[in-house]
Design a protein around this ligand. Structure first.
Ligand SMILES: [Zn+2]
Length: 290
């Protein structure tokens, strides 16, 4: 891809410095002893755990071994460049969706891209990098571990930058589905037709691929694609898989729905979005149950 750094997009939450150990989060803002006492008092008064609100583990009142030394982590220049690229992509994908929604008389609500390392606490629960990138509908954020990106880059080389972009565009596709209420409809259908739950999940994933293609169409029109970008992106995306967890509103992970459709299906639907640039061509649910 031909891209230029725009610096850090306001769409990005960089949490790479945070360390999350097990289910206890040690990172978050550093509070002085005064801040901790104040939050303890306020939590008591309001009968709520206000440490959650400021992103500090609720166990903060107890000794946290190693906290001082483990909350900071230096990032490499390569990692920073990946972060800049991710920042460019999420901004560009969402600018595209803002235009698409406006054209349809709707308002697009931007999602955040959370960059993390190793583990993260999301609105859908605790997640580890090994689970792969994912979208959490509860907090409307996309979570990407740069370690996953590094792996993608090392495996597929420099021309694979479109693969990294594709992963983000696919996850933002889930956000678009969420804004349109499609994910909720699918969850309701899955609850009433358990036998079709997997099939519905696949169609939801294929639609996210098609929506990623709609963005791809826009990049082609603006001439920021390079030869082979699309093919390499598709190959990498289907080889690696993408969001391997399906975070439900309940925060539960359901391995039986870790299905994204075959590589061929994914490529076909990406193409449908890419060739038309029209999200109305992304009806992956047509003919369901026939
Ligand atoms: Zn997905």
């Amino acid at each position: 891809m031909r891209w230029t750094s725009r610096g850090q997009s306001s769409d990005v939450e960089d949490r790479r410095g945070e360390v999350v150990a097990g289910r206890r989060m040690l990172g978050g803002p550093k509070l002085g002893i005064g801040g901790i006492l104040l939050l303890l008092v306020l939590s008591f008064v309001f009968k709520r755990d206000l440490f959650q609100l400021v992103g500090v583990g609720s166990e903060v009142g107890q000794p946290l071994p190693g906290q001082a030394s483990s909350t900071t982590r230096t990032t490499s220049p390569q990692e920073d460049q990946l972060a800049e690229f991710a920042s460019f992509v999420v901004g560009d994908v969402q600018d595209t969706w803002t235009r698409e929604f406006e054209a349809a008389g709707e308002r697009y609500e931007r999602a955040k891209l959370v960059l993390f390392t190793d583990a993260v606490r999301s609105g859908c629960g605790f997640a580890e990098a090994a689970m792969g990138p994912f979208y959490c509908p509860v907090d409307g954020k996309v979570y990407v571990d740069l370690g996953f990106y590094r792996e993608l880059k090392e495996r597929f080389g420099a021309p694979g930058d479109f693969a990294q972009a594709y992963v983000i565009a696919h996850e933002i596709g889930h956000h678009v589905q969420h804004l349109l209420g499609i994910d909720e409809k699918v969850r309701n259908l899955q609850a009433s037709n358990p036998g079709q739950a997997n099939e519905l999940s696949v169609r939801l994933e294929l639609q996210a691929d098609c929506l990623a293609g709609v963005w791809g169409h826009s990049t082609a029109r603006r001439d920021i694609l390079e030869a082979g970008d699309v093919e390499e992106g598709l190959a990498a995306a289907s080889a690696v898989g993408d969001d391997r967890i399906q975070a439900q509103a309940t925060g539960q992970v359901r391995p039986e729905t870790w299905t994204h459709g075959s590589s061929k299906q994914r490529a076909t639907w990406f193409r449908a979005g890419f060739d038309s640039g029209d999200m109305n061509r992304c009806d992956t649910f047509a003919g369901l149950g026939r």
